[in-house]
Design a protein around this ligand. Structure first.
Ligand code: F6R
Ligand code: ZN
Length: 190
């Protein structure tokens, strides 16, 4: 059915919302267990519980060929020397890939192959797209000083599996070192 509201939406990167679609807001307290520096996390949380990110998503269909998409707004900031980040997830349907399109700001994505643990940090920048293959855990970090905004497009069947990440986190962390985002094995953190 070529129903106009299904065909066209207006997205607002500056608010992390898509008009007429639901959105999810994550505050610092929702990211418990994500940051490596737990002391810095607790100290920051004791002072404030800021919004770290918001994602508005249009999820119309459920068919095998359907697509969903979302707009993300991730604020700048750090906990210790680790950048503000999203929770990160695998897709419940592991084969599901996703494409991220950078809109504004400066960020990186941390990608981790589920089977091998191989990890890669890739830039998420305006006018650039990041292809996230299936079976790949993905997390986004704002490495700049302005809001990072992006769009993600994924199969309707993808789903979100947060449990695996909540249990063992990502193998690597992205920290600010000498003014630059640097990928470090979690076990190598001092
Ligand atoms: C959807 C997707 C993005 C994220 C968003 C927030 O598959 O990857 O829309 O949902 O960047 O990150 P999470 O979901 O990890 O809190
Ligand atoms: Zn995803």
């Amino acid at each position: 059915m070529l129903d106009l509201p299904q065909l066209i939406t207006r997205y607002e990167p500056e608010s992390g919302k898509i008009i007429g679609a639901p959105s999810v807001t994550r505050r610092l307290s929702d990211l418990r267990g994500c940051f490596a520096d737990t002391k810095a996390f607790e100290a920051a949380l004791a002072a404030d519980n800021p919004v770290l990110y918001r994602v508005g998503a249009v999820e119309p269909g459920v068919g095998a060929g359907d697509l969903h998409y979302g707009v993300g707004l991730l604020m700048p900031g750090r906990i210790g020397n680790e950048y503000y980040m999203t929770k990160g997830h695998l897709h419940s349907w592991r084969d599901a890939a996703e494409i991220y399109f950078g809109l504004t700001g400066e960020g990186v994505m941390l990608l981790e192959d589920e089977a091998s643990g191989e990890s890669r940090m890739v830039p998420l920048l305006p006018n650039q797209a990041v292809y996230v293959p299936g079976h790949t855990a993905h997390r986004t970090m704002n490495t700049g000083t302005t809001p990072l905004t992006y769009i993600g497009v994924y199969p309707a069947k993808a789903g979100h599996d947060y449990a695996a990440i909540a249990q063992k986190n990502f193998r690597c962390v992205v920290i600010e070192r000498n003014g630059r985002p640097t990928l470090v094995e979690r076990t190598q953190l001092t």
